[in-house]
Ligand binder design. Structure first.
Ligand code: ABU
Length: 493
């Protein structure tokens, strides 16, 4: 690459800009989108970090590079990246590549605006409100507020901050000095952002009281009540309960109605972390899993997960109609939020959030929804549940596969028991040896590039795979492939 001609600046040369971007889009369509979603291509091209650094030639230089060099770099970036839209990428709670959502992401990137004022984001301010209204309606609210956040963890932190502010508005000015020792409650299966949020907001991780979950991973409301009473007896002031709809590993749905009853009895803010499971609200068949969500004060919901809207698309929804977001976070910067503007300044939503610049996250969801309709999205959710059932039945049929439990959602947790461990459950080192299987298989599948599945230990359970059935292009053939490939990779173990 070093001897090619350097790229002259493209500023003010529309033909050169067009030529470059048409080439780049061509590469993106061929390599990232078509090959990236083709089952006959690899999910990833694994390289050790030192080798990858060399291959990518990461160091930044004072000299610019030629167009050919830049195009080769674009190809290399795509080639060595993990293809999360690939039908054998099962590693995270997001996967898939919806073309309409992607079109929205491309437009968003190209327009490069910030969501904070109507004057620079007129389309997106109105669109965000419409999309949030639709999500709120699915929760069961015909009014309220909300905002797109940079991820579900931040949505959860917003909920904690709002709950605290609503109870102790003084803390905005006086900070922690305005507060008694506070307590919040969540189950042991909650997302790790709850403890992170407690630390970040100055509540401290000790303020998080961990409520017991049942054998399926669902919060036990009786234990919640017990923990609230205990916290009070110890001198803390309970202020928030965070329930989870779709836990990260087991995919469990907390019993929201029973938890809402407890919150109501104790006057606590009821937050539902539905980052993973929120999209189930679109399915008339399965939305009963979230019965009671309409009683929440706040809901976190990530359409970038099960709806495949693309990272990131993470809504915080609020039942509040008192402008709580703005009262809690507003700082009235006079250079952005002039009150004497020529339009309705209520459309300047930037002071609702702690960020200044804020990405446009509504367009990808809006465009996908326009293309699919609510019915198309509902079909996707139902299809994911149906494929999950297929996977579960296949696991039950095959020797060497063992379910951790019947899934409630599209997380399928299972062990692959290799030939050498079959029939040895009673051996004292069985669990320890079984724990070593998933990491070995993970390394093999990644190095071969055929698929990616996550694994983890869980409580006293040995490492097991967590298969996530979410990609809208998944078919039974991909499920068959997954099981066959595990058998193949693990036949010598
Ligand atoms: N926000 C949880 C994501 C972790 C996962 O994809 O497993």
């Amino acid at each position: 690459m070093a001897d090619s001609k350097p790229l002259r600046t493209l500023d003010g040369d529309p033909m050169a800009v067009e030529a470059l971007l048409r080439d780049v889009f061509g590469i993106v369509v061929d390599e990232a989108i078509l090959k990236g979603t083709s089952a006959s291509e690899k999910v990833c091209e694994w390289k050790e970090p030192e080798e990858l650094k060399q291959l990518l030639d990461l160091e930044l230089q004072s000299q610019g590079e030629s167009r050919e060099q830049i195009l080769a770099r674009c190809r290399a970036v795509i080639h060595y990246s993990v293809k999360t839209g690939h039908p054998r990428f099962f590693n995270q709670l997001f996967s898939g590549l919806d073309p309409h959502a992607l079109a929205g992401r491309i437009i968003t990137e190209s327009l490069n605006t910030s969501q904070y004022t109507y004057e620079i984001a007129p389309v997106f301010v109105l669109m965000e409100e419409e999309v949030l209204k639709k999500l709120r309606a699915l929760v069961g609210w015909n009014s309220g507020d909300g905002v797109f956040c940079p991820g579900g963890s931040i949505s959860n932190m917003y909920a904690m901050n709002l709950a605290r502010f609503q109870r102790y508005p003084d803390c905005k000015q006086r900070g922690l000095r305005a507060l008694p020792p506070l307590a919040l409650f969540t189950s042991k299966e909650c997302h790790y952002s709850i403890t992170k949020g407690a630390a970040f907001l100055g509540l401290g991780t000790d303020s998080v009281r961990v409520v017991k979950a049942d054998e399926r991973g669902r919060m036990i409301p009786e234990d919640l009540e017990r923990q609230i009473n205990l916290a009070e007896a110890e001198g803390s002031v309970p202020f928030l309960v965070s329930a989870t709809s779709g836990t990260t590993v087991l995919g469990a749905f907390d019993p929201l109605d029973a938890i809402a009853d407890v919150c109501q009895r104790h006057g606590l803010w009821f937050h539902v972390d539905a980052a993973w499971g929120g999209s189930v609200l679109l399915s008339r068949t399965h939305r009963h899993l979230l019965d009671g969500i309409q009683r929440a004060d706040s809901v976190a919901w990530n359409p970038h997960k099960l709806l495949a809207a693309g990272l990131q698309c993470s809504a915080l929804l609020l039942r509040d109609t008192s402008n709580l977001l703005k009262r809690c976070h507003g700082s009235q910067a006079s250079y952005l939020f002039q009150q004497d503007k020529f339009y309705d300044v209520a459309l300047d939503t930037g002071d609702k959030v702690v960020q200044c610049g804020r990405r446009v996250d509504c367009l990808k969801l809006w465009l996908m929804w326009k293309a699919q309709g609510g019915q198309g999205l509902e079909r996707r959710i139902d299809q994911a549940f149906a494929l999950t059932r297929y996977l579960v039945e296949e696991i039950k049929k095959r020797e060497g596969f063992e379910l951790v439990m019947e899934p409630e959602f599209v997380n399928v947790c299972f062990w692959f028991v290799p030939p050498s461990l079959r029939g040895k459950k009673e051996s004292p080192d069985y669990s320890q040896r079984l724990s070593q299987v998933a990491p070995v298989l993970k390394e093999r599948m990644v190095k071969k590039g055929t698929m990616m599945i996550g694994y983890q230990p869980h409580g006293t359970r040995a490492n097991f795979f967590r298969m996530v059935v979410a990609n809208p292009i998944l078919a039974q053939a991909d499920i068959d492939f997954l099981l066959g490939e595990l058998e193949l990779l693990g036949q010598d173990l």
